[in-house]
Design a protein around this ligand. Structure first.
Ligand code: ITT
Length: 195
Protein backbone atom coordinates (compact mmCIF):
# COMPACT_ATOMS: atom_id res chain seq x y z
CA UNK A 1 0.00 0.00 0.00
CA UNK A 2 1.32 3.44 -0.96
CA UNK A 3 1.07 6.58 1.14
CA UNK A 4 -2.39 8.17 1.11
CA UNK A 5 -2.77 10.68 -1.71
CA UNK A 6 -2.38 14.28 -0.77
CA UNK A 7 -4.98 16.72 -2.06
CA UNK A 8 -3.29 19.51 -3.95
CA UNK A 9 -3.91 23.19 -3.56
CA UNK A 10 -2.32 25.96 -5.61
CA UNK A 11 -0.15 28.48 -3.76
CA UNK A 12 0.41 31.73 -5.68
CA UNK A 13 3.84 32.82 -4.47
CA UNK A 14 7.31 33.53 -5.77
CA UNK A 15 8.85 32.30 -2.51
CA UNK A 16 9.69 28.57 -2.52
CA UNK A 17 10.56 28.64 1.20
CA UNK A 18 7.01 29.63 2.05
CA UNK A 19 5.72 26.61 0.14
CA UNK A 20 8.14 24.30 1.94
CA UNK A 21 7.10 25.62 5.36
CA UNK A 22 3.35 25.55 4.69
CA UNK A 23 3.72 21.98 3.48
CA UNK A 24 5.30 20.87 6.77
CA UNK A 25 1.82 21.42 8.23
CA UNK A 26 -0.44 20.67 5.25
CA UNK A 27 1.10 17.29 4.44
CA UNK A 28 0.34 16.10 7.96
CA UNK A 29 -3.33 16.77 7.38
CA UNK A 30 -3.62 15.32 3.91
CA UNK A 31 -2.99 18.32 1.68
CA UNK A 32 -0.10 19.66 -0.34
CA UNK A 33 0.53 23.18 -1.60
CA UNK A 34 1.94 23.44 -5.12
CA UNK A 35 3.72 26.64 -6.08
CA UNK A 36 2.07 28.64 -8.83
CA UNK A 37 4.35 31.61 -9.40
CA UNK A 38 2.66 32.42 -12.72
CA UNK A 39 -0.51 34.04 -11.35
CA UNK A 40 -0.51 37.83 -11.73
CA UNK A 41 0.79 39.48 -8.57
CA UNK A 42 -1.73 42.04 -7.41
CA UNK A 43 -0.15 43.84 -4.46
CA UNK A 44 -2.65 46.17 -2.92
CA UNK A 45 -0.96 49.05 -1.09
CA UNK A 46 -2.42 48.67 2.38
CA UNK A 47 -1.35 48.59 6.01
CA UNK A 48 -3.45 45.49 6.55
CA UNK A 49 -1.91 42.11 5.75
CA UNK A 50 -5.48 40.76 5.60
CA UNK A 51 -6.50 43.26 2.91
CA UNK A 52 -3.36 42.56 0.85
CA UNK A 53 -3.71 38.77 1.09
CA UNK A 54 -7.46 38.81 0.37
CA UNK A 55 -7.08 41.03 -2.72
CA UNK A 56 -4.19 38.93 -4.05
CA UNK A 57 -6.09 35.68 -3.50
CA UNK A 58 -9.24 37.00 -5.20
CA UNK A 59 -7.18 38.15 -8.19
CA UNK A 60 -5.33 34.82 -8.41
CA UNK A 61 -8.65 32.95 -8.28
CA UNK A 62 -10.15 35.13 -11.03
CA UNK A 63 -7.13 34.24 -13.18
CA UNK A 64 -6.74 30.54 -12.36
CA UNK A 65 -10.37 29.62 -11.73
CA UNK A 66 -9.17 27.06 -9.22
CA UNK A 67 -8.94 27.22 -5.42
CA UNK A 68 -5.74 29.04 -4.52
CA UNK A 69 -3.93 30.31 -1.44
CA UNK A 70 -1.83 33.45 -1.10
CA UNK A 71 0.14 34.51 1.97
CA UNK A 72 1.15 37.95 3.11
CA UNK A 73 3.56 38.19 6.02
CA UNK A 74 5.41 40.88 7.93
CA UNK A 75 7.72 41.61 10.83
CA UNK A 76 6.37 44.17 13.31
CA UNK A 77 9.11 45.65 15.53
CA UNK A 78 7.89 47.14 18.83
CA UNK A 79 10.55 49.87 19.13
CA UNK A 80 9.76 51.01 15.56
CA UNK A 81 6.00 51.22 16.22
CA UNK A 82 5.38 48.14 14.09
CA UNK A 83 7.66 49.03 11.18
CA UNK A 84 8.35 47.41 8.68
CA UNK A 85 5.09 45.39 9.09
CA UNK A 86 3.24 45.29 5.76
CA UNK A 87 6.29 46.80 4.04
CA UNK A 88 8.64 44.01 5.12
CA UNK A 89 9.26 42.74 1.61
CA UNK A 90 10.29 46.20 0.37
CA UNK A 91 12.41 46.91 3.45
CA UNK A 92 14.14 43.56 3.11
CA UNK A 93 14.97 44.27 -0.53
CA UNK A 94 16.22 47.79 0.16
CA UNK A 95 18.00 48.01 3.52
CA UNK A 96 17.94 44.29 4.41
CA UNK A 97 18.84 42.61 7.68
CA UNK A 98 21.84 44.92 8.24
CA UNK A 99 19.71 48.01 7.71
CA UNK A 100 17.10 46.87 10.20
CA UNK A 101 19.81 46.09 12.77
CA UNK A 102 21.20 49.59 12.25
CA UNK A 103 17.80 51.14 13.00
CA UNK A 104 17.88 49.22 16.30
CA UNK A 105 21.44 50.10 17.30
CA UNK A 106 21.54 51.00 20.99
CA UNK A 107 17.85 50.12 21.38
CA UNK A 108 17.21 47.94 24.43
CA UNK A 109 13.62 46.94 23.56
CA UNK A 110 14.14 44.10 21.04
CA UNK A 111 10.52 42.83 21.05
CA UNK A 112 8.90 41.99 17.70
CA UNK A 113 6.05 39.97 16.20
CA UNK A 114 6.00 38.01 12.97
CA UNK A 115 2.51 37.85 11.44
CA UNK A 116 1.27 35.65 8.61
CA UNK A 117 -2.09 35.86 6.89
CA UNK A 118 -3.03 33.07 4.50
CA UNK A 119 -5.98 33.82 2.21
CA UNK A 120 -7.82 30.97 0.51
CA UNK A 121 -9.96 31.95 -2.48
CA UNK A 122 -12.45 29.42 -3.76
CA UNK A 123 -15.92 29.31 -5.26
CA UNK A 124 -17.48 30.35 -1.92
CA UNK A 125 -15.34 33.50 -1.55
CA UNK A 126 -12.19 34.30 0.43
CA UNK A 127 -11.33 32.95 3.90
CA UNK A 128 -8.46 34.29 6.02
CA UNK A 129 -6.18 32.46 8.48
CA UNK A 130 -3.86 34.43 10.75
CA UNK A 131 -0.84 33.26 12.72
CA UNK A 132 1.58 35.18 14.96
CA UNK A 133 4.76 34.57 16.91
CA UNK A 134 6.36 36.85 19.48
CA UNK A 135 10.11 37.07 19.71
CA UNK A 136 13.17 39.29 19.88
CA UNK A 137 15.46 40.87 17.32
CA UNK A 138 18.99 39.50 17.81
CA UNK A 139 22.00 41.85 18.07
CA UNK A 140 23.58 40.24 15.02
CA UNK A 141 22.57 37.75 12.29
CA UNK A 142 22.99 34.04 13.07
CA UNK A 143 22.33 30.96 10.95
CA UNK A 144 21.98 30.21 7.26
CA UNK A 145 18.54 28.54 7.00
CA UNK A 146 15.18 30.09 6.18
CA UNK A 147 14.83 33.42 4.39
CA UNK A 148 14.28 37.14 4.89
CA UNK A 149 14.66 38.28 8.48
CA UNK A 150 15.11 34.74 9.87
CA UNK A 151 18.78 35.30 10.86
CA UNK A 152 17.77 38.00 13.36
CA UNK A 153 14.48 36.65 14.78
CA UNK A 154 14.61 34.63 18.00
CA UNK A 155 11.15 33.23 18.82
CA UNK A 156 10.00 33.35 22.45
CA UNK A 157 11.14 30.32 24.42
CA UNK A 158 14.15 29.70 22.16
CA UNK A 159 17.76 30.86 22.15
CA UNK A 160 18.23 30.19 18.43
CA UNK A 161 17.18 32.33 15.47
CA UNK A 162 14.77 30.92 12.88
CA UNK A 163 17.76 30.69 10.50
CA UNK A 164 19.45 28.28 12.94
CA UNK A 165 16.49 25.88 12.76
CA UNK A 166 15.32 23.33 10.21
CA UNK A 167 12.14 24.17 8.26
CA UNK A 168 10.28 21.69 10.52
CA UNK A 169 11.53 23.28 13.77
CA UNK A 170 10.82 26.79 12.52
CA UNK A 171 7.30 25.87 11.39
CA UNK A 172 6.50 24.35 14.79
CA UNK A 173 6.95 27.84 16.28
CA UNK A 174 6.34 30.25 13.41
CA UNK A 175 3.58 32.63 12.37
CA UNK A 176 3.30 30.72 9.08
CA UNK A 177 3.00 27.37 10.86
CA UNK A 178 0.20 28.76 13.06
CA UNK A 179 -1.71 30.17 10.06
CA UNK A 180 -1.24 26.91 8.14
CA UNK A 181 -2.62 24.88 11.10
CA UNK A 182 -5.76 27.05 11.03
CA UNK A 183 -6.08 26.55 7.27
CA UNK A 184 -5.67 22.83 7.79
CA UNK A 185 -8.48 22.65 10.38
CA UNK A 186 -10.76 24.62 8.08
CA UNK A 187 -10.00 22.42 5.06
CA UNK A 188 -10.81 19.33 7.08
CA UNK A 189 -14.22 20.79 7.87
CA UNK A 190 -14.81 22.05 4.31
CA UNK A 191 -13.31 19.44 1.98
CA UNK A 192 -15.74 20.55 -0.75
CA UNK A 193 -13.91 23.90 -0.98
CA UNK A 194 -11.16 22.28 -3.07
CA UNK A 195 -13.55 20.90 -5.67
P1 ITT B 1 5.28 36.31 -2.06
O1 ITT B 1 5.59 36.03 -3.49
O2 ITT B 1 4.54 35.17 -1.40
O3 ITT B 1 4.61 37.64 -1.81
P2 ITT B 1 7.45 37.48 -0.51
O4 ITT B 1 8.76 36.91 -0.06
O5 ITT B 1 7.45 38.76 -1.27
O6 ITT B 1 6.71 36.31 -1.32
P3 ITT B 1 5.76 38.79 1.49
O7 ITT B 1 5.20 39.80 0.55
O8 ITT B 1 4.81 38.09 2.41
O9 ITT B 1 6.55 37.60 0.76
O10 ITT B 1 6.94 39.54 2.20
C1 ITT B 1 7.17 39.48 3.49
C2 ITT B 1 8.62 39.79 3.77
O11 ITT B 1 8.73 39.66 5.18
C3 ITT B 1 9.58 38.77 3.14
O12 ITT B 1 10.20 39.25 1.98
C4 ITT B 1 10.60 38.59 4.27
O13 ITT B 1 11.63 39.54 4.15
C5 ITT B 1 9.81 38.87 5.52
N1 ITT B 1 9.29 37.58 6.06
C6 ITT B 1 8.03 37.09 5.99
N2 ITT B 1 7.95 35.91 6.58
C7 ITT B 1 9.19 35.63 7.01
C8 ITT B 1 9.76 34.55 7.67
O14 ITT B 1 9.07 33.46 7.98
N3 ITT B 1 11.05 34.60 7.96
C9 ITT B 1 11.78 35.67 7.64
N4 ITT B 1 11.34 36.73 7.01
C10 ITT B 1 10.04 36.72 6.68
Amino acid sequence: MGAPRLRRILFATSNARKVEEVNVVLRRCGFEAVAHPGAPKVELQSESLEAVAAAAAAAAYAFLRRPVIVEDAGLFVDALNGFPGPYSSYVYRTIGVRGLLKLLEGVEDRGATFVSVIALAYRGGVVLFRGEVRGAIAREPRGSGGFGFDPIFVPEGSTRTFAEMSAEEKTELSHRGAAARRLCEWLREHPEALE
